[in-house]
Design a binder for this molecule. Structure first.
Ligand code: NAD
Length: 303
């Protein structure tokens, strides 16, 4: 049986590790947060109190960390220097959403230590992590993605190979930029209809059956009262937070500086999501951007 070291067991990592245990993997876990470590035995994960301890017996290392700096700190530059401790490991799977540049840095540093490494960011959010229905979007050498597949499919339902190291992150970044743009477009179209007296439920049905249909209308309607199970029905308290969408849009905009790709809608989406976060919605689901449009007439009359 493969022994897995799991690093970073927050909103995503915790339920993902639980699925690994349920599928029969032996999982050791480390999180900086002591309160998180205390919860690990409840899902069958052995809690370790240091990086050294968690990787000591690991065949495979999985990380699910907040951002670039955390990944660099854990694996390379920080006090932990995991790569120098993981002599037994045969594979690193980094599931964090980070820049492609950092993913390539990690890939090269791991390769220098003789450890294969793939970037495997996910789509599907906390709901997908809990239900074991995540999509993994992978970059690295194809044989290593194939090697990782049984582990990834224990936590998700789909695995895509996007290309060489960093390509998983690029594909994820493109998807999330498009998602942000779609969510804003859907929100403003719905508000336009509402302002003319249309019922948002009926308008949503019409657009879903017409050429404006998209994922946000099908699964994640941003207007309260339209979909019983969407975050809008719970005052946007659960789901994919605005702060995380802003992180992803920042990654996309940084990448466009390198590629010199014109992304005017991506830039506008970032500016609107930043404005939304400044209004106090950073910890609400990203579909709450709908409120930005619902508020605009009030703002106009205030002036
Ligand atoms: P989170 O903040 O809930 O969890 C991150 C965990 O990492 C925390 O428990 C933190 O204590 C731990 N951590 C930080 N530094 C550490 C270190 N040096 N060593 C060990 N543990 C450390 O974040 P999350 O929502 O689980 O997101 C994790 C990643 O998944 C992010 O890159 C995010 O962009 C991505 N993601 C999140 C979602 C979502 O809906 N939450 C969806 C898709 C992708």
């Amino acid at each position: 049986m493969q022994r897995i070291a799991y690093i970073g067991l927050g909103n995503m990592g915790f339920p993902m590790a639980a699925h690994l245990v349920q599928k029969g993997f032996k999982v050791d876990g480390f999180d900086l947060d002591a309160a998180v470590r205390e919860q690990l035995p409840s899902i069958g994960v052995s809690a370790c109190s240091t990086i050294k301890e968690v990787v000591a017996q690991a065949d495979v290392i999985i990380s699910m960390l907040p951002a670039d700096q955390h990944v660099l700190d854990v694996y390379i530059s920080g006090q932990y220097n995991l790569l120098s401790l993981a002599s037994k490991a045969r594979l690193i799977i980094d599931c964090s959403t980070i820049s492609a540049q950092t993913a390539v840095t990690l890939f090269n540093a791991a390769k220098a230590q003789g450890i294969p490494c793939i970037d495997a960011p996910v789509s599907g959010g906390i709901g997908g992590a809990k239900s074991g229905q995540l999509t993994f979007i992978c970059g690295g050498e194809q044989e290593h993605v194939t090697q990782a597949e049984p582990i990834l499919l224990a936590m998700g339902s789909q695995v895509f190979y996007a290309g060489e190291a960093g390509c998983g992150q690029i594909a994820k970044m493109c998807n999330n930029m498009l998602l942000a743009i779609c969510m804003i477009g859907t929100s403003e179209a719905l508000q336009l209809g509402i302002d003319f007296g249309l019922d948002p439920k009926i308008l949503s049905d019409i657009m879903r059956a017409s050429s404006g249909n998209n994922w946000t209308l099908e699964k994640y309607n941003p207007c309260p009262g339209v979909m019983a199970y969407a975050p809008a029905a719970q005052d946007y308290q659960t789901g994919f937070m605005v702060d995380l969408m802003n992180k992803d849009l920042n990654l996309a905009m940084q990448a466009t500086m390198q590629s010199k790709t014109a992304t005017p809608l991506g830039m506008l989406a970032r500016s609107l999501y930043q404005q939304h976060a400044r209004q106090g919605y950073g910890q609400r689901d990203f579909s709450s951007i709908f409120k930005l449009f619902a508020q605009l007439p009030e703002l106009a009359t205030e002036k």
